[in-house]
Write a protein that binds this ligand. Structure first.
Ligand SMILES: Cc1cc2nc3c(=O)[nH]c(=O)nc-3n(C[C@H](O)[C@H](O)[C@H](O)COP(=O)(O)OP(=O)(O)OC[C@H]3O[C@@H](n4cnc5c(N)ncnc54)[C@H](O)[C@@H]3O)c2cc1C
Length: 468
């Protein structure tokens, strides 16, 4: 029986592992944490769970939605997407609806927005627009005024660098554009937004999201159970130490579990851990240039503060973006369908950060600060706060810095040159994607290993090349 080692038990690792175990492979998963799920985990705190922002499912692929439904079983919930952005004390629908913005800001600003949007649209149509980085791309699609008002500070806050230092790949793949046809349509009817030709698949403009009453952890538990049913194993709390190459193939994986050192032979290795960590483990080493390229790939961390409240609901929409608070996104998982004890709700507050761990003292201060911000915003009262929890992920967002594509592309070529090594998923491909795309990547890798004919072309991650 051929052995597949999988690094990481996030949604990608579990999906590949379950797929291959069901096809008769001997599958061993190494996970450095004590729980499965990675960024998609629901981490239990007593009767509550905390996620890195409620991990809802959304996809343009019917087959994946069907699979998700099957995994969620009776706990499946479907909701119309309802997001807002807070700006200068007012709430706007997100993605930005042009008329909604114009009607809610001072007339002069509104006129400036309209003219700068029209000007940039004209420049783009005439082929004069410069779109070399995120700042130029956003200005080209939204106009200078809207860029300054909405995107500049928020993007800088989330990514820790000015949009002029970010690659346009990031925004062009993640930010829904304003479409003239939609501006007109939004006046007349509340339509169901459907994926159209030309929309990007990573952050499509969809109308519904899917979740489970038990949170995303239900999906992770179900995948783990299916893996176990097919005799797949997960070793938790294991740290990768080395990947040994022989004849241009990974022959053995070295790892520690507690104080013990282990080495396991494998026929295939699927890595879903951060690409730069993978590079560091390869023996013999990949060489100076590859290590240099891998150092170029940096991640932004996220801290999530969860506040339990003695009230039924706190906000109307599922989530609100804030530009002037300690946190950048506020979500209420109950509005996605999470089951909670009667008369209680929980808020998740996401805060992008530079990766340093939050000390116990910092945690106390942080909770105090965000509670006072929520009170000031009249979202909660101080006496409604019952409890608080904090979770932290170091590799939350791949930073698409200007020039990352070239470095990534070199790393991909190197990884591809090792015959039985597959690096995939959000971390393994350094790609800012959601769970559905991770599942799709997992299918592609599993099918390749199982030797089945591929329907899609396997993609190269860099630049604008789509992978499907
Ligand atoms: C704040 C936030 C909100 C999000 N919201 C959504 C959402 O609502 N919907 C959605 O679809 N997507 C969402 N995403 C994206 C989604 O979380 C990811 O696309 C997905 O979870 C990535 O899965 P993965 O398995 O590829 O990577 P990960 O989840 O990062 O899994 C990698 C695993 O590898 C393990 N690992 C790392 N290093 C090692 C090592 N050396 N040895 C062994 N194991 C190791 C990690 O512990 C982890 O378990 C969100 C992401 C963030 C940051």
């Amino acid at each position: 029986m051929k052995r597949v080692m999988v690094l990481g038990a996030g949604i990608t690792g579990l999906s590949v592992a379950t797929n291959l175990a069901s096809k008769g492979f001997d599958v061993v998963v190494l996970e450095k944490e004590k729980h499965a799920g990675g960024l998609s985990a629901s981490i239990p705190f007593g009767e509550y769970v905390v996620e890195y922002g409620p991990h809802t499912f959304h996809t343009v692929f019917d087959e994946l939605l069907l699979r998700y439904k099957g995994l969620a079983g009776r706990d499946f919930v479907k909701n119309r997407l309802d997001r807002q952005i807070n700006f200068r004390g007012k709430y706007f629908k997100y993605p930005l609806q042009f008329t909604n913005i114009l009607l809610n800001i001072p007339m002069l600003t509104s006129a400036q927005c309209f003219f700068s949007f029209s000007k940039s649209l004209l420049l783009r149509k005439l082929g004069f627009a410069k779109e070399r980085n995120a700042e130029e791309w956003l200005t080209s699609y939204f106009g200078k005024e809207l860029y300054n008002i909405y995107f500049k500070d928020y993007t800088t806050k989330v990514w820790g660098v000015s949009p002029s230092k970010l690659s346009k790949t990031f925004v062009s793949q993640r930010i829904p554009k304003i479409k003239i046809r939609e501006i007109i349509m939004e006046q007349f009817k509340k339509r169901t937004i459907k994926m159209r030709k030309g929309d990007h698949i990573y952050a499509p403009n969809l109308s519904h999201i899917y979740y489970t009453k038990k949170g995303c952890g239900k999906i992770i538990d179900e995948l783990s159970e299916r893996l176990a049913k097919h005799n797949g194993r997960i070793y938790f709390g294991t740290a990768l130490t080395a990947l040994f190459l022989k004849d241009n193939k990974v022959s053995q994986v070295g790892f520690t579990s507690g104080k013990k050192q282990h080495q396991i032979d494998c026929d295939y290795l699927v890595s879903t851990i951060p690409l730069n960590d993978l590079l560091l483990a390869i023996r013999p080493g990949p060489g100076k240039r590859m290590l240099e390229a891998s150092r170029f790939l940096r991640y932004r961390a996220v801290t999530v503060i969860a506040i339990v409240l003695s009230k039924n609901r706190a906000i109307g929409p599922q989530w609100i973006y804030f530009r002037d608070k300690t946190f950048n996104r506020l979500t209420e998982p109950k509005n996605y369908g999470l089951s909670l004890p009667k008369g209680k709700t929980i808020l998740y507050l996401e805060m992008a950060s530079d990766g340093k761990n939050v000390s116990a003292k910092d945690k106390e201060n942080l909770v105090r600060k965000v509670v006072s911000e929520l009170v000031k915003e009249r979202i909660i009262r101080k006496d409604e706060v019952l409890d608080s929890f904090i979770i932290h992920a170091k590799h939350a967002y791949p930073i698409y810095a200007v020039g990352f594509e070239k470095n990534l592309s070199e790393l991909e070529s190197y990884i591809e040159s090792i015959e039985n090594l597959y690096s995939t998923g959000r971390q393994g491909l350094f790609k800012y994607v959601d769970m559905d795309i991770c599942m799709r990547m997992a299918d592609i890798v599993a099918n390749q290993i199982a030797g089945q004919k591929m329907k899609e072309q396997v993609f190269i991650t860099s630049g604008e090349k789509a992978f499907i």
